[in-house]
Design a protein around this ligand. Structure first.
Ligand code: MG
Length: 191
């Protein structure tokens, strides 16, 4: 059966509920378009740099190198949101060859990207991310990073999940040569 456009836009789960007639006692089922985006970034650790992850400054002897402040977490989140909205990626929008972005606070890049996502008709819906870091151990910083990203994106803190993983000593990440982040987001269509 070919579903009409409006029905194709209803999530599969909602459709499944609707077919089972489970919407009468549960939350209202609203035809909504969700899109998913993924982002990844990695930066080297070096001396004489601040370590900023998710907009949170972390006390550590090394920091992340980069044309900007090197915040790999915000860069991954930014790319995931842009991708979810079908927009050009962070490197296209904010090229590292442009002096305007030298040492820029990545919170500004995320804010500019969210403006573009909004202009495209979407709003952030949730963010789930993994920070890959052998050092420093980030378990004590996960909540602060999630709260920071929630504030920057306008999301409820419950819609932002931050996980921290070591690389079990394997490879460059496992040798603490750098820190990486993988982020997945959903956005919801506003209009
Ligand atoms: Mg980057």
């Amino acid at each position: 059966m070919i579903w009409p456009t409006a029905e194709r836009n209803v999530t599969a789960a909602a459709l499944s509920c609707e077919r089972r007639g489970q919407n009468s006692n549960g939350p209202a089922i609203v035809a909504t378009t969700f899109r998913v985006g993924v982002g990844y970034d990695i930066h080297r650790l070096a001396e004489d740099r601040r370590l900023v992850l998710g907009g949170v400054q972390i006390d550590f002897p090394l920091g992340l190198t980069g044309h900007s402040d090197g915040d790999a977490v915000l860069h991954a989140v930014t790319d995931a949101l842009l991708g979810a909205a079908g927009l050009p990626d962070i490197g296209d929008l904010f090229p590292d060859t442009d002096p305007a972005y030298q040492d820029i606070d990545s919170r500004k890049l995320l804010a500019a990207a969210i403006d573009k996502v909004t202009e495209a008709g979407y709003s952030p819906n949730n963010i789930d991310l993994i920070v890959h870091a052998e050092q420093p151990r980030l378990s004590q910083h996960k909540r602060a990073i999630a709260a920071s990203i929630a504030a920057l994106t306008g999301l409820d803190p419950s819609a932002v999940s931050v996980k921290a993983k070591t690389n079990e000593g394997l490879g460059p990440l496992g040798h603490a040569d750098g820190i990486a982040c993988t982020a997945i987001t959903t956005v919801v269509r506003d209009h």
